[in-house]
Design a protein around this ligand. Sequence first.
Ligand SMILES: CCCCCCCCCCCCC/C=C/[C@@H](O)[C@@H](N)CO[C@@H]1O[C@H](CO)[C@H](O)[C@H](O)[C@H]1O
Length: 523
Amino acid sequence: MTYASIKTVNCLHGPVDMKSLVLCLLAVACHGSTVKQQRRFPDDFLFGAATSAYQIEGAWNEDGKGENIWDRLVHTNPTVIQDLTTGDVAADSYHNYKRDVEMMRELGLNAYRFSISWARILPTGMANEINPAGVAYYNNLINEMVKYNITPMVTLYHWDLPQKLQDLGGLINPLFTEWYEDYARVVFENFGDRVKLFITFNEPSQICFEGFEYMNKAPLLNTFGVGVYLCAKHLVLAHARAYHLYNTEFKPTQGGQCGITISVNWFEADTDSAEDLMAAELMRQSQWGIYADPIFSAEGGLPRELLDRVAEKSAQQGFPRTRLSDFNEEEKAFIKGAADFFGVNHYTTVKVSATEHKQVYSVPSMLDDVNVGFYWPEENPKSASPWLSMAPNSIYHALTHLKEKYNNPKIYITENGWATYRNSSLIDNDRITYYRAAWESMLNTLDAGVNLKGYMVWSLLDNMEWLEGYIPCLGLYQVDYQDPARTRVARKSALVYKHLIKNRYIDYEYEPGNLTMTIDDGF
Ligand SMILES: CCCCCCCCCCCCC/C=C/[C@@H](O)[C@@H](N)CO[C@@H]1O[C@H](CO)[C@H](O)[C@H](O)[C@H]1O
């Protein structure tokens, strides 16, 4: 039975297949003449959970690992972390990976998305020196997952650049594309026999915009209006180099896929006015189009309106040339189509206005280039993270937009989740409400013909939430940070997710009797 054939049907009138007919007859016998069938996710839809190295591993300087930009930030500038904490130990997954895999089995996960710490396997960032203990750690984790049929989805770069590369300019240095390709080769060579889903970068906008302008991510550099664009172009080129490397040298024997994950929150125009519609479009172009268009659009290259806007502003500001030039024709051809799938991190909806909610932006800056106002609608329920509120049908709006814009690419939702406060109850009904709404929106998305193949919850377990420290918790499992063993216990949402994975439909009636998690037969 295909997904599309499962609908709310009336047994006596609707055209139904054999399975539906049997269900209907049973329902007629039990309840009368009408049955409301559940919409279901396809059997091969990949349900998983996601984490990243810096946020969970700890062991920041153990077994030969090199320093990365988050290690440097939290140790030299500790007051930027809201609760003055670090990721030095975090959930200590470096020592607890077997328990993490056990949790995956308890949940019945089909897949687990985690990231590799570049500096753990290449302590200096360069590929001349490989750290065997780092490689062994990831081999152990992958082997443990594969043993239990859990598909590894590996992110090569989730924000933790080796510090020695940052000392050389990091993503601002054009040589970054070479360093990254060398690192990607080490990853493919060592893990590609078992890993079939590779993600080159997690959330380019958070790397470039938040790291080089918005002062919200390491390396916290204030290079307003220039650094963000250099970073963006080098990142996209590095992605394309890794993709082509995989495609030509590894895919023929390893047979996997290589994509990129972009933060695609939904930016919605405040009104239907032409000005607000353009404001929302410029926001989308600056936040994710700048990374997605060169790879996924039919024409390639950077988004037109953004290019024009930055050129105009640069001229007004007396720059001899634009601060954002397009890729050249050779680069465009190299980048266009360089992805087997589009990874989407989706959390929320933000409203965008051409005139309202504006702040004073630095000049020059990307914020000033775009020059729009934005806000989170008051009526949307708020989480423990200020940027994350719950918006109606948000996934549907974002993903149907991608379908139209990029000719229906294969999509995995690689992150989606809800933040609660550290001391809140394990009975996390607000998270369950958020998740059920997200899953409902995914079913709408599938109904609309979007080529959506899987979904990863953020996160498997509580972890270090970057500058927000350990204040917000996003895990299906709570981590006890007072306990040196970093004990993990399931929240109620873990049982609800387990029920979804097993049954493939959203059961609003399901209420777990208690919070005990067990490993079911076959896992
Ligand atoms: C230039 C135009 C104006 C820009 C205005 C600033 C941007 C405003 C819009 C903000 C949009 C919402 C911010 C969303 C951010 C998330 O996508 C991002 N934080 C998610 O990152 C992942 O979050 C997880 C949970 O927080 C986890 O930390 C993970 O590591 C991240 O990948």
